[in-house]
Design a protein around this ligand. Sequence first.
Ligand SMILES: [Zn+2]
Length: 408
Amino acid sequence: MLIASTVDAQRISLAEREGSREELMRLRNQSFRCPICHAPVLLKAGEKRRWHFAHRPHHTCLVENEPETEAHLAGKYDLFHWSRSAGRAPRLEYYLPELRQRPDVYLPGIEPTALEYQCSAIAEKRLAERSIGYLHRHITPVWIIGMHHHSCKRNMIRLSGFVSMAIRRSRAAPAQHPFSSPYFIWFYNASTKCFLRSSCLTPWSKTYFISQESCCTLSECRPYQLLAPYLDFSPKSFMRLWLTMKKRKRLARPLRMTREECLLRSQVYQFRQHFAWFPSYVGLPHHSFVYFLNPPLLWQMWLVLLLGRIQPGYWFTPERMLEEASRRGVADLFALRPLPLCPTKTAGQLIAVYLTQLVRLRVAEQSGASYRLFPYQVNETTFTECLKQDRQTLVQLEAALLDDPLKE
Ligand SMILES: [Zn+2]
């Protein structure tokens, strides 16, 4: 904590104090209290971390106390001064008694905002509860994740557990491309004083997302951009990466599989099909598929199996397909990812997006809210042919959706 009170209820903020070291040393002899639970707290005036207050060991405060690393203290300090110099009136460690929560930085205003700089791991359930608590009180939560949870290689970012729950949707108008994505996540590096934004997130698997990364220093960014960054999108690099991942999946040996993939493979083999020779319209990208926990390739493969092999020629609504999945023991394929900061979507709405893509590719037809697949043949083909078709299908989908964009 950077804030405490003295015994005579005077507020002491270590983030706003311009005093000398000697002055602070004199302060050290005072007894300080936690402004929330009023228990005595210690002034930690060491060399490794910036000066801060801490409860005595094993003390339980009214708000949950996480271990305060130097990165967390520094980030909190930076975010406070950054929003203040941008003309906002930030409140550091502002206690919200009705929620029993204390955001790192609270920005009052027309749209009150709680900035949470999360460096230590937190249970997913806690992050969801805290986000929902803020939202119920009409406070917008913004989770900014510490850099050591950032793991990205060649535009593939790994987001799992509580980190993926910080995904949000930009309020800025999205880039005009069918494969661009308004979903993004904020990271902050306290040692370089830079924000890092992983944007245009499109899910590839449970934990890997295609991402476009960009850095900006504190002075290059304004607080409103936390909610509405403009996300630039490069279609070429996205399509190249999508096709590479699809190729890898076709060639991969199934050594480590999730339970859902294992189940799906056994269903595919029952129909005497080769898993790796899935049709090119299985595994189509769309930003809204971020809501499904499972890889697009898997749940799309099951839908195509249902429409093309299990009950060919039948008309299905998305809801009916979900009932069928549940009856056949694969309901988990359509499990939704917990995204407390994003608008709610149903599995049926997401399936409808994919089925509409199939209609645009002219492999399926639509009548009202129902869809059916045109009969298809799985020919014994070569991998080279499969990869060529993947590319053609993606280009065809891009052209069809540029012409007539999908409505969400
Ligand atoms: Zn306390």
